[in-house]
Design a protein around this ligand. Sequence first.
Ligand code: DGY
Length: 416
Amino acid sequence: MTSISQNAIDILRENDRGTYTVPTKGLYPFQWNWDSCLTALGQRHFDENRAWTEIETLFEHQWPCGMVPHIVFHQKDDGYFPGPDIWATDRPVPTSGITQPAVAGFALKRLFDRAADPAQVAPRAAALLPKIAAWHRWFFATRDPKGEGLVAIIHPWESGRDNSIDWDIPFDRVPTDGIAPYTRRDTQHADPAHRPTKAQYDRYLWLVEHFRALQWDTARLHDASPFQVVDPGFNAILLRACADLADLAETLGRSDLAAENRAFAARGLAAMEGLWSPDHGQYLARDRVTGQLIDSASVGGLLAAFCAIPADRAAIIAETIDRHATRYRVASHPPQDPRFDAKRYWRGPVWLVVNYMIADGLARAGQADAAARITASSLDLIRENGFAEYYDPQSGEPLGGGRFTWTAAMVLEFLS
Ligand code: DGY
């Protein structure tokens, strides 16, 4: 019988396009930003050199302003919408014009720390270091214009949690008038009942067309967007990446980048306190347009445990996960909320990448048992239901795309 680790390696090899990896064939035929960084963590278990290449390829497509786009369209493929013609970002190799969770700094440090021979990979780490630092600088310059210490996403796709209940209220502000007619491709590859709705797609596209009309000038987009949300999960990933990059920069003799990133992390961690909800026992997103916390206890507020939140907060998050418990943890939204939908993308299903980051953060914060429960549940899910994009947290039914790259990568990490 083939082991799940061998299955995971087979999937990573199957989706490898030489210098980058597609999340899955058909549904996502290009390179996605945070998928790639997390994929590298899986690749390191059987081909370290290839793991470094994955992240290096992504950063070859960094914009001069410092932004790292959320999709790189390496080759033509009409099976995906919206493709390069819709984005029209005018890059040498076409890319999208928005970004994604900044997990690269964390991934780089993990690749370096766990390298067979750190001295051998040090030059590759040293070359990526200033690029990742430029991305972090871009985030705080353009997405935190008032210097609050936390950054806003300006499109739900940036969060990676596209249709989370967190965005429902701020997303209502996004108009849909005047958008060009379009045909979705995602619903030809996956069950439409498991994907975002048409009303959400109309708004996704309105924002893309709006930013395109501003010529993708990333310095102007935050203030011009009717959707500005401070997501605790997104910020936790960035703040963890800043702290990890600072440590690595120190090791590699770049004390300038270390100081800069340590300052970002310290300021951001202090500001995270403003997102804490004692009633929910977790962090909540803030709508920056209204200044209000959004009453939605999604997994984004639990993912906050990925950065160095205070130990007592991490303990409460561990309890909240137990309280919300579904057969497979951690649901992207708790079933106790009437808005929960067990099968619709980020409105209920379990995602292994999020489990991995929550478990990692909880373990660092001294919550070893809670972390172990997430790891065990994640591996049960895969053994019983295979390698899907996401899963029903109650039945374990596999949903979305199949033979999914980052799910496979996370399995190799969970097993290590
Ligand atoms: C999609 O197309 O579903 C993606 O999540 C956007 O990046």
